[in-house]
Design a protein around this ligand. Structure first.
Ligand code: PHB
Length: 362
């Protein structure tokens, strides 16, 4: 029986333990949408995680949806991320980057020349985003033409190559939380006709092309993907048959021999895993996947160990506890109390609520 604290090989990436830092948006990018010195320190402090999944980072200027989120499309961004990956590796940690395109969850003030956000649809959700002017409703999107999609796939491929150039151990493709790839997957959003709309196979086509491009570029053993089949984040209704949709997607990913698959159980940031597990058969996805299986959403130490014991997961990702506890791995091992989260310091700002949470050693 494996413990949370045992090493594991995830694709081509050897991890010291099975405790993962989930990707967490913190809106602290500096000039040029680069991670700054505070971000280097923030990830360095958390390098005892078996794996850090660095925060969602836009693959192009059109992929951004919130103020001050970092990118992975310029040489300056690559150089800045290199400082992060060097710091984490110097502490013996492992780190991958989450590749992000927000699709219709954006505002024109964040996009080049005030462009409309792009999506599978031109329908606007009743969702909010955070801009220079605070929280505002998202802008009306423009449905991408089919002939624009090869360029989008190329953006993912290039971002993956740049992430490896920046020293990351791999990437996670963000296909969760109602962002662009989820907007193509779900029939509640995707109202297209043609090769990328209609049937499950058509709605899954863009994601599968992206995964083939990314895994083809950097290797399946350095590539993961994240799904949230039951999340309605950002006014995005569930698919009419999420089980059939995600069963199909996971089956189609098999030839790529991905390093891991990361599933958010239930509502993102919402109900805890066991309650959520009743509404969707996550094990049916697990059965269809041969790589490492990562679960996330509201796990405690005991729930995480039980999931490993039952063979339900190989890895457990922790989000908010990793923000407030840089030494979360040690605290879980020693069953030490956890620091409280400063929720008003999550998005934007400086060191406060970012790099100033105390460790047990402090
Ligand atoms: C957010 O910025 O609120 C955010 C970003 C990425 C997610 C979820 C939420 O996957």
């Amino acid at each position: 029986m494996s413990s949370l604290f045992d090493p594991i090989n995830v694709g081509d990436i050897p991890l010291a333990n099975r405790i993962v830092m989930a990707p967490l948006t913190r809106n602290r990018a500096v000039e040029g949408l680069q991670p700054g010195p505070l971000t280097v320190e923030y990830y360095r402090q958390r390098a005892s995680a078996g794996l850090i999944i660095a925060e969602a980072s836009q693959i192009s200027p059109m992929a951004q949806g919130y103020l001050d989120t970092p990118g992975i499309y310029t040489t300056g961004q690559v150089a800045a991320w290199r400082k992060v990956t060097n710091a984490v590796h110097a502490e013996g940690g492992r780190i991958v980057l989450q590749l992000w395109h927000v699709g219709r969850i954006s505002h024109s003030s964040l996009l080049p020349d005030g462009a409309a956000p792009v999506s599978s649809t031109n329908r606007r959700p009743e969702a909010m985003t955070f801009t220079r002017d605070g929280f505002v409703p998202v802008s009306a999107p423009r449905a991408l033409r089919d002939d624009e999609l090869p360029g989008l796939v190329a953006d993912y491929r290039r971002a993956a190559a740049l992430a490896i150039e920046a020293g990351f151990d791999g990437v996670e493709v963000h296909a969760a939380n109602s962002y662009l790839l989820d907007q193509f997957l779900r029939d509640s959003v995707n109202d297209r006709s043609g090769p990328y709309g209609g049937s499950i196979a058509n709605r899954a086509r863009l994601l599968l092309e992206v995964m083939q491009a990314v895994a083809g570029e950097i290797g399946g053993g350095r590539t993961g993907v994240r799904f949230s089949p039951m999340t309605t984040f950002s006014d995005t209704p569930l698919d009419s048959d999420p089980q059939a949709l995600f069963n199909y997607v996971v089956e189609q990913l098999a030839p790529l021999k991905l390093a891991y698959l990361h599933v958010i159980e239930g509502e993102t940031g919402g109900e805890r895993a066991p309650a959520a597990a009743k509404a969707f058969d996550y094990a049916a996805l697990h059965q269809r996947f041969s790589g490492a299986w990562m679960l996330n959403n509201g796990y405690s130490r005991d729930m995480a160990q039980a999931a490993l014991n039952d063979g339900q997961a190989d890895l457990i990702a922790f989000g908010r506890p990793f923000i407030s506890n840089p030494d979360l791995v040690r605290r879980l091992r020693e069953e030490a109390p956890l620091n409280e989260l400063q929720a008003d310091k999550l998005y934007g700002g400086g060191a406060e609520g970012y790099t100033d949470y105390p460790t047990l050693a402090d």
